[in-house]
Design a protein around this ligand. Structure first.
Ligand code: SAH
Length: 264
């Protein structure tokens, strides 16, 4: 009787081990197929994901057809480092996407909204603070502006430069540096867009804004608000816009290499 019970217990242990083994093999297979799939999405899958994103932007009341066309054209997924294995639905979903170094590309709606509020005209000179992936810069360039973009993390700046060049956005210049200083060499700017949040509007950026120029900038720590500034007869007219959430605008250069993203 005892021997019979021992046999039953031994058999159930074997069955459990077999089940675990099966589950592990299936999980490994699933991971493997996901990894293969990440590298193998078809052109059509990316195009469809972009179309869905643009439809959603329309539904969210982005009205400027030129901005919608630019967002339908620029390949957002290429700006996400390949090591992060972007998928069509996640790369074009309406949320921020990681790009390494604890930084993100802003969600498509915020990119479109900020761009729309700038009322850009072709030929204008734009300063962007916070190049990140280079995606926002590519959208600005697609609208016919010349873009000067500053990024404080050198490897992100390198990655953005590489993809902007590969995608032929020749009117974007990227500098590795501290956006608090602006880019005096090319000032004044018609438009300044800041995509990281300082506690207050940096004076250098106000100084580098052209007479009649516009600036859009998230301000505050934790709770932030988009501010829109206009320079009229040397004075700044400032209006509060929607609440937002951006990464902080940091002080000083960083040498962090804590990221899967490698530079050139
Ligand atoms: N516009 C980007 C997203 C910006 S995320 C895109 O389209 O992908 C914010 C970026 O601001 C991060 O890459 C961060 O490193 C950068 N940043 C933070 N503080 C900065 C500063 N003082 N000067 C320049 N860039 C800064």
């Amino acid at each position: 009787m005892i021997q019979y019970r021992i046999n039953i217990i031994a058999m159930s242990i074997q069955i459990t081990q077999f089940c675990y083994c099966l589950i592990s093999i299936s999980f490994a297979f699933l991971c493997f197929s996901c990894a293969c799939k990440a590298a193998n999405y078809t052109g059509t899958e990316w195009i469809e994901a972009r179309e869905i994103m643009v439809d959603q932007l329309r539904a969210y009341r982005i009205k400027d057809e030129k901005i919608l066309a630019a967002m339908g054209k620029v390949k957002r997924h290429l700006f996400i480092p390949a090591q992060l294995k972007p998928s069509p639905s996640y790369a074009y979903g309406d949320h921020p996407h990681p790009i390494g170094f604890d930084q993100t590309i802003s969600q498509p709606y915020i990119v479109a909204y900020m761009t729309e509020r700038l009322e850009l005209k072709p030929g204008e000179k734009v300063l962007e603070i916070g190049t990140g992936s280079g995606y926002q810069a590519a959208i600005l360039a697609e609208l016919g502006t010349t873009v000067y973009s500053i990024e404080i993390i050198p490897l992100l700046a390198d990655h953005a430069r590489k993809i902007l060049k590969a995608e032929k956005h020749e009117s974007v210049k990227v500098m590795t540096g501290d956006g608090y200083k602006g880019w005096p060499e090319y000032a004044p700017f018609d438009v300044i867009i800041v995509t990281c949040a300082p506690d207050d509007v940096p004076q250098a950026l106000i100084d580098q804004l052209k007479e009649g120029g516009r600036m859009i900038i998230p301000v505050g720590s934790g709770f932030q608000r988009l501010d829109i500034l206009r320079k009229k007869e040397g004075k700044i007219l400032r209006t509060n816009d929607i609440p937002v959430r951006f990464v902080p605008m940091v002080h000083g250069m960083t040498t962090s290499t804590n990221s899967p993203v490698k530079g050139k």
